[in-house]
Design a binder for this molecule. Sequence first.
Ligand code: PMP
Length: 427
Amino acid sequence: MLFEQAQALFPGGVNSPVRAFGAVGGTPRFMVRGEGSRVYDADGNGYIDYVGSWGPLVLGHAHPRVVEAIERAAAAGTSFGAPNPYEIELAEAIMSAMPFIERLRFVSSGTEACMSALRLARAFTGRDMILKIAGCYHGHGDSLLVNAGSGSITFGVPSSAGVPAALAELTVVVPYNDTEAIERAFAAAPDKIACCIIEPMAANMGLVLPQPGYLQALVDIAHRRGALVIFDEVITGFRVARGGAQALYGIAPDLTCLGKIIGAGLPVGAFGGRADVMKRLAPEGDVYQAGTLSGNPLAMAAGAACLRELSQSGVYERLETLGARLEAGLRTAIDELGLRAQIHRQGSVFTLFFNAQPVRDLKSVLASDAKAYARLFHFALDRGVSLAPSAFEVGFISLAHSPADIDDTIDVLAAALKSTPVQAATA
Ligand code: PMP
């Protein structure tokens, strides 16, 4: 009913495409309330939630400290269009966790952060081309909505209508985990590539982890060729570790993009990094970037409250324990059934690939059985477990999930894996 109304109002009935259930079929649930690990739909059904608003809700839904911070900030005014003290509090919390961020700018989404970081890298290097990795998503800025055809190096073809071919040609796309392809891309366009942008752990083609040495090699090649490295940690920042993937691997990018957790569910993004690069940004420098709601007090207060919670000892250990519990339970079910499925997990982020082969790049990701995932998804949703509505998105565990939530989820997913429709395609 609500979806019918929405279809008359919004293209596809939604305001962001993946919510439409296009990849899994069926009708999206309209969510009206969240509390801790649970979301509730407009018909009153509750779900153990692993979407977590696509990553921001590491504390769970409606965390009391976050709600309180938003209420307090809102009561004092929703926006000033002038600097406010919450910006400083949140920036200091970010920079204390991510020492490679020497200067920072807040924006209102991950898309904006990545778009702006690209502009900055282009200005700083005086180069126009960029190198991105197939299967990594950096928001919907024109230069970044470019995919590779097959083959190792493909000069960009737009993956959305409306992206000018002339712009797409400036984006080179190479496979994830392929150092040679990066070398070849730079060799094919000497002194032309401004930056490499990458999700240090790819989490937009399911979760695909970097092979040992890959990220450092990418940084080394880029720097040798005079290009900057942008780590897009919109998902991984404050998620896989307080300091993100760069802390986990001990690698220094030139610029970092953030979003999601730093806004605790309110619209926030940020980009930052080397002071000599960031000082090119207006008003200090000549690279224009601005936003009416950038540094919005509600969003800053929410983010600061969230990062305060995350600075307590033991939180990442707790996320790891919950993640390991889910992984072990699913692995047991998969092994008992002899299924061709694999679990990738880093802390509280996980993906189940219906794939017999190791998954290490977009090509191997796409060899997975997305139809089997769609059946698993619906089986789980009907039994009160909400997974991402696409085989190629990750699941997120929050600090509000209890061991009992995880065990209930294992029971539901193990039953799904045993059910004939899911197994048919995978055994
Ligand atoms: N980068 C990454 C790694 C993302 O996962 C996303 C969104 N899922 C973005 C950028 C874009 O962020 P937003 O949707 O806030 O524009």
